[in-house]
Design a protein around this ligand. Structure first.
Ligand code: TRP
Length: 336
């Protein structure tokens, strides 16, 4: 094949919920990779604010969280010139296709979703139908754009598997309609663990605020949290069994600087954990500094943000409407 025949770029779709705090774990585990994917793929990204109301939201905080999540992702390097990046509720095709897909998703399938089981235990006073059908909305997000690939963490794998089943079922009934998406397994994002209990994933819902670092934490807060990070008694900076805390700090250092763990081990040979923790904190602070600077500019500039999300929503609507039209025609809806 001649070299100048450019293969069509694959489509990647992903979304993140506007849940208030974006942690270092979210950034190093997912967002940093989204940013890198933008050149190689046709990426489409969204703030999943429709998904967010499966748990009760305080209107004022919710509105602010949506905009802050949007601004922060732009600050992390999502470039709307390359990748449309929109707010889910601004593109009405998502809710519409979600309803349709609900009618092609079985009660039994949704009952088996582990996230539903977990969340309905956690929010036992509000086990609403949206929490139950959340995966069909996620399927709609993905299938509307005929996405080839979806970068997902382990917690969303089951939802993606269900998305594939729904797509295959629909295609089976009506003929080829949806691209059946695969999980994106590229360079896997670093799995960042709690600084306090390093066998657990870093999570902002952890009651101990020292367990996680937010992308927008102040430098002195970041330093303090790393200084308090749990380690072990061996006092040797290297990867090893039973050294979850140090393994995690090396993982963070590596994700932030691009150095391998061998390089890091060599660099800190003969030096104590105190030194190492400070060095990791400094590297994280430097990594986050430009993001924090861009964030404060964006969040002050609401017009700029609106321009970005409106432009992206228009694009997303045009693209997704094609899929929705096709679906409706196949089902037998009367044309408008
Ligand atoms: N459910 C995902 C989460 O909570 C967010 C999400 C919504 C998503 N729609 C998606 C992720 C589509 C990937 C593709 O993390």
């Amino acid at each position: 094949m001649p070299e100048n025949v450019t293969e069509k770029k694959k489509v990647i779709f992903s979304a993140i919920q506007p849940s208030g705090t974006i942690t270092l774990g979210n950034y190093l585990g997912a967002l940093q990779n989204w940013v890198k994917l933008q050149d190689e793929y046709n990426c489409i990204f969204a703030v999943a604010d429709l998904h967010a109301i499966t748990v009760r939201q305080e209107p004022k905080d919710f509105r602010r969280n949506i905009l802050e999540a949007y601004a922060l992702l732009l600050a992390c390097g999502i470039d709307t010139e390359k990748s449309p990046f929109f707010i889910q509720s601004h593109v009405h095709t998502h809710a519409e296709l979600a309803w349709i897909l609900n009618c092609y998703t079985q009660f039994g399938e949704l009952s088996r979703m582990t996230q539903f089981k977990d969340k309905s235990q956690k929010h036992a006073d509000n086990v609403n139908a949206g929490l139950f059908t959340y995966p069909s909305l996620m399927a709609a997000d993905i299938l509307l754009y005929q996405a080839d690939l979806v970068p997902v963490g382990v917690d969303q794998k089951q939802h993606l598997e269900l998305t594939r089943n729904i797509a295959e079922r629909f295609n089976g009934i009506y003929g080829n309609t949806f691209k059946v998406p695969d999980a994106y397994i590229g360079q896997v994002g670093a799995k960042i663990m709690s600084l306090q209990e390093p066998t657990k994933k870093m999570s902002k819902s952890d009651e101990n605020v020292n367990a996680w670092v937010a992308v927008l934490d102040k430098p002195e807060t970041i330093m303090k949290k790393f200084k308090r990070a749990v380690t072990d008694s061996e006092a040797k900076v290297c990867v090893g069994e039973g050294k979850d805390g140090i393994n995690n700090l090396i993982g963070i250092m590596s994700a932030v600087t691009g150095k391998t763990s061998d390089e890091i081990t060599a660099e800190f040979d003969g030096r104590g954990y105190g030194d190492f923790k400070v060095a990791v904190a400094e590297a994280v602070i430097e990594k986050l500094r430009p993001i924090q600077e861009r964030y404060s500019q964006y969040i002050e500039n609401k017009d700029y943000l609106a321009e970005q999300y409106r432009k992206s929503a228009e694009f997303a609507l045009r693209l997704s409407q094609r899929t929705l039209d096709k679906v409706m025609k196949k089902i037998g809806y009367l044309a408008k």
